[in-house]
Design a protein around this ligand. Sequence first.
Ligand code: PMP
Length: 355
Amino acid sequence: MKEQTIQLNLSPERKPKPQSEELGFGKIFTDHMFIMDYTEGQGWHDPRIVPYQPISLDPACMIFHYGQTVFEGLKAYLTEDNRVLLFRPQKNFERLNRSNERLCIPPVDEEFALEALKQLISVEKDWIPNAEGTSLYIRPFIISTEPFLGVAPSSRYKFMIILSPVGAYYKEGIHPVKILVESEFVRAVAGGTGEAKTAGNYASSLKAQEIADGKGYTQVLWLDGLEKKYIEEVGSMNVFFKINGEIVTPALNGSILEGVTRNSVIELLKSWDLPVTERRLAMEEIREAYKSGQLEEAFGTGTAAVISPIGELLWNDEKMIINEGTTGPIAKKLYSTITGIQNGKEQDPFNWTVE
Ligand code: PMP
């Protein structure tokens, strides 16, 4: 795979670039995309960068019926001196292959995928917005394309990468959100697909999210699928709590997605000599810590927001206001350190960024 050269078919037309106020999230796409095909017996073939355009698929393609698909999400940042930085992209391609393994999709060559991404971004460099907090969101994904209605792994796939310039997540500075603890619906179960980044997990999360939204809450906090006692994730982020000095995040258990931001937060906290623990964490423990005044901070972690402080939790009828609804010092320090590394303004002692 590594020897394959990527065909370049550049678009004769270029779309106008958006103003930074128009960006939002995931609505605008660049002029080109990367695509390669998989055919059983032949492997991955025909890698190419082509004009961004609709793709034509047979209505019987397996992706439409059984959802055999995986995706990733990461960002490219423009530094003040006009360099382009990716944040730990190898981790995303490693996770893509772990998702592939779970969904019976053939693995991609991770180094080649990163090379393809670099080439695509070098074609699209002018699309990376430079206003504070903005970035180029990168969406690699694989769909199953064999036209066949039997339930089985597909014999054909497409791997694609599309790019979308996105606005600043926090326009008025990092601020806490209200979270509803979900006691009816679950996101994932032990033995299911929770630790894979696959479409079905997100489709099944919509209902609870819609209900939470209607009640004025930003996201749901997911509990385990068996007993609905233990904390898993918050919306599409991993979650951390500071309880009496200990910073705790749920241990990876097969139903939690292993976030790149989660891993970075754990490494940073360790490097600051702060006590960070990955363990099982019951919602009841959070309630008790709250009652005794030991629930000091809570925050979500993910590529989109980086750090999302939690100002309020609603569990059944019980409302818990955390840190008086303001952003705690750990969340603040993590946010400024990670975003500083991402946009090249801070030292990068772990060599997380890739130019
Ligand atoms: N959990 C879920 C379910 C997610 O979709 C994401 C976003 N990829 C995360 C956690 C956070 O992962 P990351 O830090 O790699 O963005």
